[in-house]
Design a protein around this ligand. Structure first.
Ligand code: CA
Length: 353
């Protein structure tokens, strides 16, 4: 199916127009970087941002283009959320290390997409509160976050054969390192995406259920029928030796899988492939207090097994509330901070594919 610019197919197969998304409104973002020339170039996407402390100011989003002739194009993204670090480290290393002669085709690297959030070490932008991964496909004349999303959606994604968006848990979540795709209406695309997830070579590969998919880069790219891989590589607002290694290897593995780098993916052990068939994979807090995890990430849990307790801060005489797994499977994600609020995500369980 041909989808007109400004329109997309959602997961239910419906064609939808996105308000504010029209290609007759060109992006206000400028860049001196040539996306089509051979070689390697470091540059910036310059987002106009007139404000109290800089009347004619702008925000510079780092971009690196590495091209060597015709071939597939991969768009590699990190810092979509500012407090997630493995991807930011892996893509900065890759961009410095890759020599254009090693590449067949094009690699476009955005190592810090929501740059104001990256600089502030926050999930969302301190400039406009924007959550980049709920802002796609953005708006040409919107907020800073919306303008960045619109540029990616309308200028960069159309060039890409594959988009790899590297996430981690940030300050509030923690995960077993995994690469992921989603259940897609296009089953051929879904199979290609699962193969790309396996090629990433993380300890776990997930067919993920998103509770809030609208506005995600994932949904936009998948709706255009393009290959999309995401990750959750750890969390807690930092990174580790292990999670950084998974990210660095995984990024190169995906480029090898696409034929952009030569050689076979380096896979120490095949990913354990798991599925999230329904919302019973999630446990959410209905109380506020101190969060006590009862199982470790990567543990096998049984349906009904306690996974966390919440202790009442102001009521030491009151017994804590116990939360149980609603499915049997692998504990792949958990709430990170010591305190939890009613409505927070507590834990997620995935089942073998
Ligand atoms: Ca994230």
């Amino acid at each position: 199916m041909v989808v007109r610019p400004g329109w997309a197919i959602d997961r239910a197969g419906r064609v939808r127009q996105h308000p504010g998304m029209s290609t007759d409104r060109p992006s206000k973002i400028l860049t001196a970087i040539d996306l089509d020339a051979d070689g390697k170039r470091f540059g910036a996407l310059v987002v106009p941002h007139s404000r109290n402390d800089s009347a004619w100011g702008s925000i510079r989003i780092p971009i690196v283009v590495i091209r060597n002739g015709d071939g597939p194009c991969a768009l590699l993204v990190a810092g979509n959320h500012g407090d997630e670090y493995e991807g930011q480290i892996a893509l900065r290393d890759l961009a410095r290390d890759l020599d254009p002669t090693q590449v067949t085709g094009t690699v476009i690297v955005l190592p810090g997409l929501n740059f104001p959030a990256v600089r502030a070490a926050t999930r969302c932008s301190p400039v406009d509160g924007g959550n980049m991964n709920r802002s796609f496909p953005g708006r040409a004349y919107g907020t800073v976050t919306q303008m960045i999303a619109h540029y990616v959606a309308t200028v960069l994604v159309p060039r890409a054969d594959l988009v790899l968006d590297l996430h981690s848990g940030g300050k509030t979540l923690d995960f077993v390192p995994f690469a992921a795709t989603h259940r897609l209406t296009d089953k051929a695309l879904e199979a290609r995406a699962i193969a790309a997830v396996a090629a990433f070579g993380a300890p776990v590969g997930v067919v993920m259920l998103e509770l809030d998919a609208e506005g995600m880069l994932d949904t936009w790219v998948e709706g255009l029928g393009k290959l999309f891989v995401t990750t959750e590589l750890a969390g807690g607002g930092s990174s580790s030796v292990r999670s950084n290694r998974v990210a660095a290897t995984g990024v190169r593995n995906v480029l090898k899988h696409m034929g952009i780098l030569s050689g076979e993916p380096e896979i120490a052990a095949p990913s354990r492939m798991v599925d999230m068939p329904d919302e019973r994979c999630f446990v959410a807090a209905e109380h506020s207090g101190i969060h006590e995890p009862l199982v470790e990430l990567g543990d096998e849990v049984a349906e009904g097994q306690p996974v966390a307790r919440i202790h009442f801060l102001d009521e030491p005489a009151r017994d804590p509330v116990t939360y149980v797994a609603r499915r049997s499977g692998l504990l792949i994600g958990r709430h990170f901070p010591g305190l939890v609020q009613a409505g927070d995500f507590l834990a997620s369980v995935a089942v073998d594919l």
